[in-house]
Design a protein around this ligand. Structure first.
Ligand code: DAH
Length: 344
């Protein structure tokens, strides 16, 4: 009997080695250790053994049962692993394929430049004031010392609306008086504001001029503000925007709303001042108009020009973006060509 048990164990383990599926495993189980299995049969037949043999046989049969049960569990684990591996293989996804990119939008180059402006002017203590695109010709011209028949009105061709005296602003200077009146506390508070916004001119569209473009106006009003403050402030701004070594030049000019007036040039970044096509061989690029605020304008804004003084400037973000990135044509800005816009 004991030999039979031993043989059974050997046979069962050998069979189990060939079992590779769950169905075969169940069959093996019922053949050997299930209710009608061979081992169970042998245990049932124990009654025919003598008293002395019975415990010896019982112990050995239990050992065999233990061995076969552990072998069963181990085999089941192996089969599960194989099944999982097969499952993974049949459902495999080729993860080496590149994904499909989702195109995302970006900021318009002018928006980027304007935001850079806000950062720099903000750091220098200027607050941003949003004025209106649709203006009265009073604000756009008259209050800025450009009376109805002043020849300076010819400097800009204007989009008029069907409402008398209502126009699209031709420059952000139109917001100067509004900012002074709204923030100046009836001419009692110093002021440092920048006024960004779109401007409109009824002009021929060329590589250098568009019918719409941004400007960024700036005004600083206080006691004892002088031309040196204007020059220092603008020079610092240009260094921060273009490069720490950027050179700046101020040229005498004329604007009705400033006295004296200046135009501001930066050294041409392309040729380093040597002279090239972009700077029309002058070595300099014009980027802004500026000056000391005219006493009449200060007065219109509520300030007493005997006590207060200030400087103003107006610069063109598209112009400056163009210069900074070596873009040759201002018309790209509103042409909505993604090949251009996606470069920023
Ligand atoms: N408004 C002027 C223009 O559109 C630019 C300008 C010049 C603004 C001088 C100013 C300034 O504030 O002081 O050409």
């Amino acid at each position: 009997m004991l030999d039979q048990l031993q043989a059974l164990q050997t046979q069962a383990l050998a069979d189990l080695n060939g079992v590779n599926s769950r169905a075969d495993l169940e069959a093996w189980d019922s053949q050997y250790i299930g209710k009608k299995g061979q081992l169970t049969q042998m245990l049932r037949n124990m009654g025919s053994l003598s008293k002395e043999e019975r415990p010896v046989f019982g112990k050995m049969a239990n050992d065999v049962k233990g061995v076969l049960e552990s072998a069963y569990i181990e085999r089941e684990r192996l089969i599960s692993e194989q099944e999982l591996a097969q499952d993974l293989e049949s459902g495999a996804v080729d993860i080496t394929l590149p994904g499909r990119p989702n195109p995302t939008g970006g900021l318009h180059p002018s928006t980027r430049t304007l935001r850079r402006f806000y950062d720099i002017w903000g750091d220098m203590g200027f607050q941003v004031y949003q004025s209106r695109d649709i203006e009265t010709d009073d604000m756009n011209f008259t209050q800025l010392n450009i009376p109805p028949h002043h020849p300076a009105r010819d400097m800009q061709d204007t989009f008029y609306t069907t409402t008398p005296n209502v126009i699209l602003r031709t420059h952000t200077s139109a917001g100067q008086i509004r900012a002074m009146r709204e923030l100046g506390g009836d001419g009692t508070k110093p002021l440092r504001v920048v006024l960004p916004g779109m401007c409109y001119r009824f002009e021929q569209i060329t590589v250098r001029s568009e019918v719409q473009f941004h400007q960024m106006e700036g005004i600083a009003i206080g006691k004892n503000i002088r031309m040196s403050d204007l020059k220092g402030t603008i020079t610092e701004f240009i260094r921060r925007f273009f490069s720490p070594t950027a050179k700046t030049r101020f040229r005498a000019s004329y604007f009705p709303f400033t006295e004296p007036s200046m135009e501001i040039d930066v050294e041409c970044f392309l040729c380093g001042g040597e002279g090239c096509r972009v700077c029309k061989h002058s070595g300099w690029l014009e980027i802004a108009g500026s000056g000391m605020i005219h006493p009449t304008v200060l007065r219109n804004g509520g300030y007493d020009p005997n006590e207060w003084s200030g400087f103003a400037f107006g610069m063109g973000p598209e112009r400056m973006t163009l210069l900074k990135h070596g873009i040759s044509d201002i018309r790209y800005f509103w042409a909505n060509d993604l090949r251009f816009l996606e470069q920023f």
